[in-house]
Design a protein around this ligand. Structure first.
Ligand code: HEC
Length: 123
């Protein structure tokens, strides 16, 4: 390759670097959209009643069975100023939360079996 060719290649590569960063950046922005509520039945009720004080992120990061969600709503009412929802609205919100953000079987990975653990100075 001649020196002139090398220079042209180098220029092209340098000029295309910002493009690479733009592409990486757009994926990062897409992942921000994960705080959006799953758009299943009744999701609008949660958007309208539950995202006034905090983002939906605090909801989508949580999970639990119906009793857990009910206790969270009660806690929100007793200490954070959430008003009475009424039995019908509360029921629909609980249906939505329980079926879309229900109890997880496990939220952490299993511990490594002992024979796969690295040795430590004490073992
Ligand atoms: C009047 C304001 C308000 C409304 C309306 C509200 N919340 Fe909250 N919520 C709060 C505050 C304040 C916190 C505590 C935030 C913190 O710890 O940073 C909170 C925390 C939470 C948490 C986190 C609980 C935890 O264990 O950390 C969940 C889940 C939640 N809210 C769900 C809901 C749901 C579901 C609704 C709708 C039924 C709702 N919130 C409506 C004020 C509100």
């Amino acid at each position: 390759m001649t020196n002139k060719m090398k220079l042209i290649w180098l220029t092209l590569i340098t000029l295309s670097l910002p493009l690479l960063f733009t592409a990486a950046n757009s994926t990062a922005q897409e992942s921000l959209a994960t705080d959006e509520l799953i758009q299943e039945e009744n999701w609008q009720l949660v958007r309208d009643n539950c995202t006034e004080c905090h983002s939906s992120l605090i909801i989508v990061q949580n999970s639990g069975n119906r009793a857990v969600w009910k206790s969270r709503i009660e806690w929100m009412q007793s200490s954070h100023g959430l008003g009475e929802l009424g039995p019908e609205l509360e029921g629909s919100i609980l249906d939505y939360l329980t079926s879309n953000y229900g109890q997880k079987t496990a939220s952490r990975r299993q511990a490594l079996p002992i024979h796969l653990m690295p040795t430590t100075p004490n073992s």
